[in-house]
Design a protein around this ligand. Structure first.
Ligand SMILES: [Fe+2]
Ligand SMILES: [Fe+2]
Length: 199
């Protein structure tokens, strides 16, 4: 029986297996074609998700989207490369779904597209940001010290000092999200490392 589905674009063919072990090369050529189109939409999905942070202040002086724009703008104006700026833009995108571990969510999203150091910065910026406020909450501001001696310790400390902890200024003129869109599209068009990159 031919298996098809009605989609916005008309009738779309589907793979015929009920268990993966029944799959054929024909099935996977079809799924692979779908994946390539889906992957091309990644920048749109990421940018759309980032806008969920708009108007979400959480008591901070500026909303979470504005903070992301300001962090990215500061990094860009300081001469950082495109993948660094994209990491800076997305570093808090995990706040919505990873409320208790947002750096890891952002780090996973940028991981295929950025350097190992940029990924490490993104993944660990939460502990390093704590240096600037954990003591106000009865926590240990030096929790980042567990990473002292790591090859990327200074790079992460620098990201937080120059671009993240400093990006809460309501008077700072940040670039708009549209300014960063082409960068996100360029960076996400080229996965440097992925289990699926060879396909
Ligand atoms: Fe953060
Ligand atoms: Fe941040």
């Amino acid at each position: 029986m031919e298996v098809k589905e009605q989609t916005r674009h008309g009738m779309a063919e589907r793979a015929k297996f009920r268990e993966m072990k029944e799959g054929t090369a024909e099935d996977w050529a079809l799924i692979g074609g779908n994946f390539r189109e889906f992957a091309r939409g990644l920048p749109d999905r990421v940018l759309k998700h980032l806008t969920l942070l708009e108007g979400d202040f959480g008591g901070f002086p500026i909303c979470r989207l504005e903070h992301c724009l300001q962090t990215a703008t500061r990094a860009h104006r300081d001469g950082r490369g495109e993948s660094y700026v994209v990491m800076a833009l997305l570093h808090d995108i995990g706040d919505t779904l990873g409320t208790f571990n947002h750096p890891e969510v952002a780090a996973s999203i940028v991981k295929p597209f950025v350097t190992e150091e940029e990924h490490w910065i993104c993944q660990n910026h939460g502990a390093f940001q704590g240096y600037y406020y954990f003591h106000h909450l009865g926590m240990d501001k030096d929790v980042r010290e567990q990473f002292r001696g790591h090859p990327h310790f200074e790079a992460c400390a620098e990201f937080c000092e120059k671009y993240d902890q400093s990006a809460f200024d309501p008077d700072y003129e940040s670039e708009r999200l549209e300014f960063f869109e082409p960068m996100v599209r360029r960076i996400m068009a080229k996965p440097l490392k992925s289990l699926y990159a060879d396909a």
